[in-house]
Design a protein around this ligand. Structure first.
Ligand code: ATP
Length: 249
């Protein structure tokens, strides 16, 4: 039976080396046509979730499925082929290479030239900056524009789900707003997004679904608009005011 979800991480336990587990029975599901956002305190394991989903870190237990197919234990290359593309935290464009060269790096597994040309047309249309600055050195672009080059590169393999780790990191408010607009454009163009963000409120305003992680588990999840309204979550995770002032001592 076909799955309702493009990506399912089910009851995942994962950690680094001999250290204590970071993910302790985590379940996250990404439906088609959605942006799912992971928020939570520093060290909650948000980036670790993306590493598990992209095959960079093998889970110790649990199941990973893409469109219902079990891909648990796949490495990064196999996860990419299965339809999961990971945009890492920080800036990963090659500054001394052109935008074109950076974007085409995302197509290195594709042999069919016509398919590459079709995909180039797609990303140029989706991210106008990429088309406008195609022959420019990537290092000459602003931080927000470079993020679009990274997004374009990640879409070259026609992924089912793009994994975005803190895309707004280091960007000013205007560039951040633009990056979140591009996230919506990706979703509307048919690629689901699993997003990790420090800027939790802004991310939940963009996302369809939100998951609040704490201590390696999903503490609460649901429609992002409802999570934003929850006063307790606002107090704990969204930098909001406490619902009630603590009693004076
Ligand atoms: N490569 C690594 N080796 C060992 N421990 C790691 C490694 N990467 C992360 N950790 C640890 O795993 C835990 C979760 O880290 P992770 O980066 O997933 O959290 P996060 O929720 O994304 O945090 P932040 O919001 O600060 O980016 C932390 O305690 C961190 O120190």
């Amino acid at each position: 039976m076909a799955s309702d979800y493009l990506l399912e991480l089910d009851d995942i336990e994962a950690g680094y080396g001999r250290a204590a587990l970071v993910l302790r029975g985590l379940t996250v599901k990404v439906p088609a046509g959605s942006v799912v956002c992971l928020v939570g305190p520093n060290g909650a394991g948000k980036s670790t979730v993306l590493k598990v989903a992209s095959g960079m870190l093998a889970p110790r237990s649990g199941t990973i499925r893409v469109c219902g197919d079990d891909v648990t234990g796949f490495g990064p290359q196999q996860m990419l082929t299965a339809g999961l593309s990971h945009v890492l935290q920080g800036h990963s464009v090659f500054r001394e290479m052109t935008v074109e060269e950076n974007v085409l790096l995302g197509a290195y597994t594709i042999r069919d030239r016509a398919a590459i040309a079709e995909r180039v047309g797609f990303v140029k249309e989706l991210f106008p900056v990429v088309g406008d600055r195609w022959k420019a050195l990537a290092g000459a672009l602003s931080g927000g524009e470079q993020k679009q080059v990274e997004f374009a590169r990640s879409l070259m393999v026609s992924p089912r789900v793009v994994l975005l780790d803190e895309p707004s990191m280091g960007l000013d408010p205007r560039a951040t707003a633009s990056v979140f607009e591009q996230v919506i454009r990706m979703r509307d163009a048919g690629t689901a997004v699993l997003l990790v963000e420090q800027n939790a409120r802004r991310a939940l305003e963009t996302a369809d679904l939100g998951c609040v992680l704490d201590l390696g588990r999903v503490h609460i999840d649901g429609p992002a608009s409802e999570l934003l309204k929850d006063p307790q979550l606002a107090e704990l995770y969204l930098g909001g005011r406490p619902a009630a002032a603590p009693p004076a001592s």
